[in-house]
Design a protein around this ligand. Structure first.
Ligand code: NAD
Ligand code: MG
Length: 389
């Protein structure tokens, strides 16, 4: 299936995750448009092998080096190169074997390979929002320098991106990011204090990886998305607004300087923004289910409860102050979510951990890329030291 002349050659970084698997479904449904050249996974060797046997990519990378032998042996009969380890991800991202990277690794780990793709002048369909949260200024600057288009996959940012077609960014008054509110919409701290992992992992509208599902329950996801939006669309912090819209039909909106509002709508299905990003600038047809306005439906909107979901307040602070603060917030949040998923800390402890780490770490106004990496490491160490093991 690979190496097809005229096809867009896709490198799926994080192919075994929720976004990665859905991207492969989109590719499978459009074999004359896309080919798969690279597949990568951290530890899901079985699924990675099955994907490789099906899509026959040029290169496969398994992050966990202990699993290299298993993957290599399973693909021995195929003309597929197999690599392992963190640096292999960067090396492959720097190769000329693909046209577009689908950046679907979760967390800070996605930053380095995505930066390599950008420096390589490749188009990036960006799902990994943490990349822009951590080092948005440097990522966007490099994208400009290397003429590497960044096309958002995150549904809210895809919505804004789609609303911008035919418009000028300078005419944006503000953008309105919609948030479902997650499984605990309307709940108060006396309820949240007892929330356990399995409950928090049940999102009403979206089926996603564990980390972003917890981020959605704490509203940190929306906080990260505010910062992501600032960089993607070159906005001032006060041009980014969040509104709760529990039905997740309006994926986000732009209010322009004349007061006119554009929105992008559809059923909540990540395959739509994934396909739009991979197909861009073409809008490809699909057989995804359609929203029907004639069926009984109500679309509602409300203000987020920032007193209860304090992560939004912390992220707003990071959005405004900038510097290394979003990077610190992200690192502490990754530690907090990881600890919550292992039942080490409670639901509300996650926000406390992020807040204390933001207060503790020294502020750097204009970090270099190595200062971002240092801030990330220090924030992780400090946040981890707060967790009683
Ligand atoms: P996931 O946990 O389902 O999958 C993550 C993928 O990254 C897997 O393939 C895994 O093997 C790989 N991975 C994990 N840790 C790694 C590491 N240290 N090094 C290299 N690879 C690693 O996550 P997901 O839900 O698919 O989300 C991926 C990204 O997309 C996240 O940044 C998330 O915020 C963003 N996103 C996801 C959704 C969604 O619906 N799932 C929506 C919007 C944005
Ligand atoms: Mg989103």
């Amino acid at each position: 299936m690979s190496n097809g002349i005229g096809k867009k050659r896709i490198a799926v970084f994080g192919s075994t995750g929720s976004i990665g698997r859905q991207a492969l479904e989109v590719i499978d449904a459009n074999p004359s448009i896309f080919s798969v050249e690279v597949l990568t996974a951290q530890s899901s060797d079985d699924l990675l092998i099955r994907q490789a046997l099906h899509f026959k990519p040029n290169i496969v990378v398994i992050g966990d080096e202990k699993k290299y032998g298993v993957v290599r042996d399973a693909l021995r009969a195929e003309p597929i190169k197999v690599f392992a380890g963190e640096t292999a991800l960067e090396e492959v991202a720097a190769m000329d074997v693909y046209d577009m990277m689908l950046a679907a690794i979760v967390g800070f780990a996605g930053l380095r390979p995505t930066l390599r793709a950008i420096e390589n002048g490749k188009a990036v369909a960006l799902a990994n929002k943490e990349t822009l949260v951590v080092a948005g200024d440097i990522v966007m600057q490099k994208a400009l320098e290397h003429k590497a288009p960044i096309i958002p996959v995150d549904s809210e940012h895809s919505a804004i991106f789609q609303c911008l077609v035919g418009e000028t960014r300078s005419r944006i008054e503000k953008i309105i990011l919609t948030a479902s509110g997650g499984p605990f919409l309307g709940k108060k701290p006396n309820f949240l204090v007892n929330v356990k992992r399995d409950h928090a992992l049940q999102h009403p509208n979206w089926n996603m990886g564990a980390k972003i599902t917890i981020d959605s329950a704490t509203l940190m996801n929306k906080g990260l998305e505010m910062i992501e939006a600032k960089w993607l669309f070159g906005l001032q912090p006060d041009q980014v607004q969040v509104v709760i819209h529990p039905q997740s039909i309006i994926h986000s909106m732009i209010m322009f300087e004349d007061g006119s509002i554009k929105s992008q709508m559809g059923l909540p299905d990540m395959k739509l923004p994934i396909q739009y990003a991979m197909g861009f600038p073409r809008r490809l047809p699909s057989a995804f289910p359609r929203y029907d306005f004639r069926k009984p439906n109500t679309l509602t909107f409300e203000e987020p409860d920032v007193k209860t979901f304090r992560n939004l307040t912390l992220a707003t602070e990071a959005l405004h102050k900038g510097g290394n603060l979003p990077c610190v917030l992200n690192a502490a949040n990754e530690i907090a979510v990881f600890a919550f998923l292992r039942n080490r800390i409670g639901f509300l402890d996650m926000t406390d951990l992020v807040e204390r780490t933001m207060q503790e770490l020294p502020f750097i106004e204009r970090p270099t890329i190595s200062e971002y990496f240092e801030s990330d490491g220090e924030a992780r160490d400090f946040a981890a030291s707060l967790i009683k093991l």
